[in-house]
Design a protein around this ligand. Structure first.
Ligand SMILES: [Zn+2]
Length: 691
């Protein structure tokens, strides 16, 4: 490893150690507590190495809060704390064969032997989150993250949802045993998860490790359960009785207990075989389903392990041989915009081709606009590119000193580069989106799949695969095209693997959906945030397609009555109102929607006209605290009687029901001359109405 020039004086060294301690503490917090590292692992290791080199040269200056005495960050708030009965320490690192041999020689010297050819176990080092699982009488009792090595977070409820972890051990087992492992997320699952994150308007995870950590450290274990976490078990903590005499034997026992153990783990002998294994893993790394950042080598004999013991924070009997950082420097030539299947606009860096870890890299993700601003990346800059765990190349940093005078600041596009619709970034979102949902070719396929899906129009025989084929063959381009397929029955029948019968069946299924309830129609448009519940709310509120259409067009104008009326619908609110307004603001969306509507007979929503109550068709607002009815119950009652319940008082409100301390809504009602009744009057009204 290259060492930087050391400080020349004690004062300079002390100052530098203080600076590095603060810096590492900050990075530790960002990494362990916020799951959002600011530096790469390689950079972090370099800072740590620098600190250690200064401490080695000036041992008297080692600080009480020295980073070399600490492991990771303090536990985050929100979780109960669990103290590890045996500290969870971290490993020393080697970065090349020479450092590995030094490790073996140190161990041999300690044991007073010349031979460095130890029997060892090599295990790919997973880039995830270390956890400790404690079993009592074979039952999983509790689980903790590593935390600061001494105390971790109690993630017992969450860990029970992770694959590869038995809740109960099969006999025989020691009365008490602690098993350690690494929780991780596979590369493919990581990519899927990030698409979902962006969909939900959330910041994507920087890498699979952060995704795993962020998923496990959820206060709601149901969120953890929804995330595809796995665990490989790899180490023994405390045990009330010996389980094996070698580490390899221990791994075998773990497998017998039905833990997942990394199948690539292997036994080998001494530095020469370790070197060969390291090289093999380096080559296979990119093809693995999960990230590894090196290989851990452990002296196999547990007797030797206990003789070797620990020095500082790390065992003498194991070492993590890290892969070299896969980084390179190149020029950012341009920033392109990619449009995802859901309309998300992602900036992509176009790079002068450069080899990174044996792969030619010409593109790198820039995640989003904020990321570009945060790293101050400009077109023309010389940048450091990294293949982060082999997933997607990313830009680590900019070499500002090499910035040319004509470097250009990136300007986010106002229009979708694929379809030309206006692109917007709504308040509170990190992602800019194309608003041309119905006409943007980048999104068409997903919209068609959605419309035909069981949740929306439910057209039998028009599943995802068929839609994709029909799009490829040019038979489907717009939503309306689905209802033009019956005219193309012949063309369908001659398709590969089809025939007159399947063509006939599809045409029949499509014809059955020409009569469609209004709410299904709204749902079928696939407008963002308009799922089943909201589609139903809209249908009930506006009752007919024609009315909804004209009200939505009017609602495009911010501050219009139609917009406030829309935002005031119970559970719709301003965010969803924004999405609808953006959809209707794009005339070509409206044209595409109209073309679809022209193919259909859209049935008006039935607002319980059968219920001929004093409340049917009325728009009602509740305000203040009700005394005899819970608010949800009151709303449900009003709705059952055919009323629309909204949150805000507008000109369209017919009735305001006031409880105690009614506040501004009651004043507004008085101003607008709207009828105001008490809770008791409301109950009386409800009682006299047929339910
Ligand atoms: Zn577009």
């Amino acid at each position: 490893m290259n060492t930087r020039s050391l400080p020349q004086t004690e004062a300079a060294a002390a100052a530098e150690l203080a600076r590095l301690a603060a810096l590492l503490q900050r990075h530790d917090r960002a990494y362990h507590e916020q799951d959002a590292p600011e530096v790469t692992d390689a950079e972090y290791d370099a800072i740590r190495a620098e600190n250690n080199a200064i401490e080695a040269a000036f041992p008297s200056l080692i600080r009480p809060d020295s980073p070399s005495m600490r492991v990771g960050g303090a536990p985050a708030g929100g979780f109960a704390q669990l103290r590890h009965r045996m500290p969870m320490l971290s490993l020393d690192n080697a970065f090349d064969a020479e450092e590995f041999i030094e490790f073996a020689e140190r161990a041999a010297r300690f044991l007073g032997r010349k031979d460095v050819d130890f029997a060892m176990v090599a295990e790919p080092k997973i880039d995830g989150l270390s956890v400790s699982l404690t079993y009592h009488d074979g039952q999983l009792l509790h689980a903790a993250t590593r935390g600061d090595g001494t105390t971790g977070e109690d993630v017992t409820a969450n860990i029970r949802t992770v694959a590869g972890i038995p809740h109960m051990l099969t006999k025989p087992f020691p009365a008490r045993i602690e098993v350690r492992g690494e929780v991780f997320i596979a590369k493919a699952d990581f990519l899927t998860l990030n698409v979902a994150q962006e969909e939900a308007g959330q910041r994507p995870f920087a890498n699979p490790r952060n995704a795993a950590a962020g998923s496990l450290r959820q206060l709601d274990f149901r969120i953890t359960r929804s995330r595809p976490l796995r665990m490989f078990a790899y180490a023994m903590g405390e045990a009330s009785a010996p389980v094996a005499s070698t580490h390899w034997g221990y791994l075998g026992q773990l497998k017998a207990w039905k833990f997942s153990v990394n199948p690539l783990s292997t036994q080998l002998q001494g530095p020469a075989e370790a070197d060969a294994f390291q090289e093999r893993m380096g080559l296979e790394r990119s093809g693995l389903g999960y990230d590894i950042d090196g290989v851990v080598y452990k002296i196999d004999d547990l007797g030797l392990q206990s003789r070797l013991g620990f020095v500082g924070r790390a065992p003498r009997w194991a070492i993590a041989w890290k892969f070299p950082a896969q980084q390179a420097t190149t020029v950012l030539e341009d920033i392109l915009i990619q449009v995802g299947r859901t309309g998300a606009l992602t900036p992509v860096a176009v790079l002068t081709a450069v080899g990174v870890g044996g792969v030619l890299v010409t593109r790198a993700t820039l995640h989003n606009e904020d990321e570009i601003t945060r790293k101050d990346i400009r077109i023309g800059d010389t940048v450091v590119v990294q293949r982060a765990g082999d997933v997607i190349p990313q830009i680590v940093s900019v070499k500002v000193e090499l910035r040319p005078d004509n470097a250009r600041v990136f300007v986010p596009p106002e229009r979708c580069p694929v379809c030309g619709s206006h692109a917007v970034r709504l308040p509170g979102e990190v992602v800019r989106r194309c608003t041309g949902g119905l006409i943007c070719p980048a999104q068409t396929e997903e919209r068609l799949i959605h419309l035909a899906s069981r949740g929306a129009f439910d057209i039998e025989g028009l599943g995802e695969k068929t839609v994709r084929e029909l799009v490829t063959d040019g038979l489907l381009k717009t939503l309306a095209d689905i209802f033009r397929l019956p005219d193309k029955e012949m063309a369908l029948a001659v398709r590969e693997h089809w025939g007159p019968i399947s063509a006939r069946n599809l045409v029949h299924a499509i014809e059955q959906r020409r009569d469609i309830p209004f709410e299904r129609f709204i749902l079928g448009l696939g407008i963002r945030r308009i799922g089943e519940v909201n589609a139903k709310l809209l249908a009930r509120h506006y009752t007919s397609f024609a009315n909804w259409r004209s009200q939505m067009l009017a609602a495009v104008a911010i501050g219009s009555d139609a917009r406030s009326d829309l935002g005031a619908i119970l559970r719709i609110g301003p965010t969803i109102a924004n999405e609808l307004a953006e959809f209707f603001a794009e005339p070509r969306n409206v044209a595409s929607m109209d073309a679809l509507a022209a193919e259909l007979r859209i049935a008006d929503a039935v607002v319980d006209t059968a219920v001929n109550s004093a409340l049917s068709g009325k728009t009602v607002v509740f305000t203040g605290s009700l005394e005899t009815l819970a608010r949800p119950e009151a709303k449900a009652l009003a709705e059952r009687l055919g009323a629309k319940v909204t949150d805000a008082v507008t000109r369209k409100t017919d009735l305001v029901v006031i409880g105690a301390d009614p506040g501004s809504k009651a004043r507004k009602a008085a101003e607008l001359g709207i009828r105001v009744i008490t809770e008791a009057e409301f109950r009386a009204l409800a009682a006299t109405s047929p339910a």
